[in-house]
Design a binder for this molecule. Structure first.
Ligand code: ZN
Length: 241
């Protein structure tokens, strides 16, 4: 199972999980002895969880990194390379999403020093299915190249902005990365396309009762139900933030 977090803050917005809820999630993983592994290993480790943090919010350093260090848990942060040190006000950002500061390169260096993985999330956070091939290549290769040059890491995994991908974008992503995740809500299964891995947005299970149930049969039906409701609303793979 791959879990998605965005911002760890108390605003209650659609991209926010509170610091207290986040800590509780990590406590539950520890209490249930769930293996938490790096994203690149999760498909080969049955029953394991990988933690992903989209966009690279500044509050990762204050509210997530210390808890991850305390529990000794791996995770991957996916910065938007052209917006490091700025805020999440890219042109395609919906108005209902709050503007929040993003980590700059210095902050990302501290993340790397803690052993947290870095992956790519494009250079400017566009809907990749709406831009031509050459621009998709620039968004993906440019992001990977900046992250690797500035941070001295290997950034060979990708999460699509808004979870937005199609066969063309996945083919272009496969030229640059070893795997990619969308925002399609679901548990991992052996038949998944490794350039469209499903994730579970922690926002849907931010209440610790639901988070705990992710690891039980009732959690699986809850996720199936949320996916069904999102489908009714016209969501799906393009329905992410
Ligand atoms: Zn994003």
């Amino acid at each position: 199972m791959i879990l998605t977090y965005h911002s760890i803050d108390d605003s209650g917005s659609v991209i926010s999980v509170s610091p207290a809820q986040f800590r509780r999630h990590m406590e539950i993983l520890a209490a249930k002895r769930i293996r938490v592994v790096p994203l690149t290993e999760v498909r080969d480790t049955p029953g394991a969880v990988a933690l992903t943090f989209d966009d690279g919010y500044e509050n990762f350093l204050t509210h997530a990194a210390p808890v991850l260090a305390e529990y000794g848990l791996p995770a991957t942060v996916f910065p938007v390379s052209g917006y490091c040190g700025r805020d999440n006000g890219w042109p395609t950002q919906p108005a209902f999403v709050p503007r929040l500061p993003l980590m700059g390169w210095r902050a990302l260096e501290r993340v790397v020093a803690q052993g947290i993985g870095i992956g790519a999330h494009s250079a400017t956070h566009p809907f990749l299915t709406r831009v031509p091939d050459e621009q998709v290549r620039e968004e993906l290769s440019g992001c990977r190249a900046s992250l690797e040059a500035r941070l001295g890491v290997t950034a060979d995994t990708l999460v699509y902005p808004y979870g937005d991908s199609d066969a063309r974008v996945r083919r272009l992503a496969a030229e640059v990365f070893r795997l990619a995740c969308g925002t399609r809500l679901g548990f991992l299964s052996p038949g998944d396309h490794c350039f469209d891995l499903p994730r579970i947005d922690a926002y849907y299970v931010r209440d610790s009762r639901w988070f705990g149930r992710l690891f039980s049969r009732s959690g699986r039906s809850y996720v199936a139900m949320r996916r069904w409701v999102r489908g009714l609303r016209g969501g799906g793979s393009g329905g992410g933030i």
